[in-house]
Design a protein around this ligand. Structure first.
Ligand SMILES: Cc1cc2nc3c(=O)[nH]c(=O)nc-3n(C[C@H](O)[C@H](O)[C@H](O)COP(=O)(O)OP(=O)(O)OC[C@H]3O[C@@H](n4cnc5c(N)ncnc54)[C@H](O)[C@@H]3O)c2cc1C
Length: 390
């Protein structure tokens, strides 16, 4: 059985591993000069590969019912951890339950993974850009020696989402789908920073500083965590789960002291001498200084800052005007792509038998925390196993 995999990111490589484990003759094609560039980029922040939280809670992080089933059938986070251990890579579990390779890098893991694929006879063709499709399992590639045509028995598509195009995930594969009359859902930024028009003074003073241990709210959901002040707004895990509510702009509310009640704060602030500077009132009455105090000055009016009750209300629910997410290309992940309605339970395109899809190119969403890579592996595993069936 000849299986061609297009896209050598974590989903495509897992599909290649699963198909070759079933005895298929696998070739992986990728348009970039090296494989898994986004996976390696994820390694720069330690490679959060999965999460130890309890299975039901873990699965609830995914927005698509079939994806939850596929991740569960794969074995969830346990399967990812066993897989990593099987490659001889030790893990480290953070206090929040996030799982990383002990070395906090992706490259040693990727090297061993590729060595395993090579041992199983999988062939890698780099600098091969998918350029044509007959709708079945024959595809064309633009390669270093011009266009080639590949006839496979099964095709696995794992071309990624629509962000970080410089790493290969340019979303241009949607043109191949259009050429076959297949509709795809437009890419949407997920797990992305937000744009806020800071004053010049605030930006110059606080860019790069972290707002720690705060609670962000938008769209009726809230998330406790941290975010970093950037030139254009806010970035980092604390706000990523809320990006989906801010795609068209809106209000992001920040609770700067989630463990203190508004009444207690108001009482403490009201006993501060009115003649004291705002800095002293905030420091003595609320233990707030630095970037948190700066943010209050940025977002509240002088009247609100003077009045103890209104200041306490602002500390507990500081409204920040968000203009929208950062450009799509800068999002950590994207939703959109191949709709679930086009796929069978085995991830085969219903209208194109023998063609399977995996990874971020399918329309699903999940937060950061290792859930993205776990889903890419699980869908890759399912697509690879099913593609290799006779
Ligand atoms: C900065 C950053 C940090 C991240 N950190 C984490 C993290 O810690 N934990 C986590 O779970 N997730 C993280 N992610 C998300 C995670 O990396 C992605 O969800 C994952 O890489 C998607 O895997 P994939 O295989 O579906 O697609 P990709 O990794 O995007 O791979 C797709 C591949 O397909 C190839 N391709 C595309 N089009 C074509 C074509 N026409 N012809 C040939 N080849 C093509 C591309 O070159 C690419 O190699 C992070 C993402 C970023 C950007």
């Amino acid at each position: 059985m000849k299986v061609a995999v297009i896209g050598g990111g974590p989903a495509g490589l897992m599909a290649a591993e699963a198909a070759s484990a079933r005895g298929a003759e696998v070739s992986v094609y990728d348009q970039m000069p090296s494989l898994a560039r986004k996976f390696l980029m994820a390694g720069k922040s330690g490679l959060n590969i999965t999460h130890t939280e309890e299975a039901q809670q873990f699965l609830a992080r995914y927005d698509a019912p079939l994806l939850r089933e596929i991740v569960a059938a794969y074995g969830g986070s346990e399967a990812v951890r066993e897989w990593m251990a099987g490659l001889g890579i030790e893990e480290a579990v953070g206090s929040s339950g996030r799982v990383f390779p002990l070395q906090m890098k992706a490259s040693p893991l990727l090297r061993r993974w590729l060595a395993r694929l090579e041992e199983r006879g999988a062939v890698v063709r780099l600098k091969h850009r998918w350029s044509g499709w007959d709708g079945g399992t024959t595809v064309q590639f633009e390669g270093p020696d011009g266009e080639i045509s590949v006839e496979a028995d099964r095709l696995i598509l794992a071309c990624g989402g629509g962000s970080w195009r410089r790493l290969g995930s340019d979303g241009a594969w949607t043109e191949q789908f259009s050429s076959q009359g297949l509709e795809t859902a437009p890419f949407r930024a997920s797990n992305a920073g937000v744009l806020i028009g800071w004053s010049e003074h605030f930006r110059d003073r606080f860019e790069g500083e972290a707002l720690k241990n705060v609670r962000f709210s938008a769209g009726g959901e809230s998330n406790r965590g941290e975010a970093v002040i950037t030139k254009r707004g806010l970035e980092s895990g604390g706000i990523y789960p809320l990006t989906k509510y801010l795609l068209g702009g809106g209000t992001l509310t920040v609770d700067l002291l989630p463990d203190v009640s508004e009444a207690k704060l108001a009482a403490k602030l009201s006993v501060q001498k009115p003649k004291q500077s705002l800095s002293n009132r905030l420091r003595k009455g609320a233990r707030l200084q630095g970037v948190k105090a700066g943010l209050l000055r940025e977002a509240l009016s002088p009247e609100e800052l003077r009045d103890a009750g209104r200041l306490a209300a602002g500390i507990k629910a500081l409204p920040l005007r968000v203009d929208g997410p950062v450009p799509l290309d800068e999002a950590i992940s994207t939703a959109g792509g191949v709709p679930w309605t086009e796929l069978s339970d085995g991830l085969e395109l219903k209208a194109h038998r023998g063609v399977f899809c995996a990874g971020e190119m399918i329309d699903w969403d999940a937060p950061t925390g290792g859930y993205l890579l776990t889903a890419c592996k699980a869908t890759g595993w399912a697509a690879g196993q099913n593609a290799a069936l006779p």
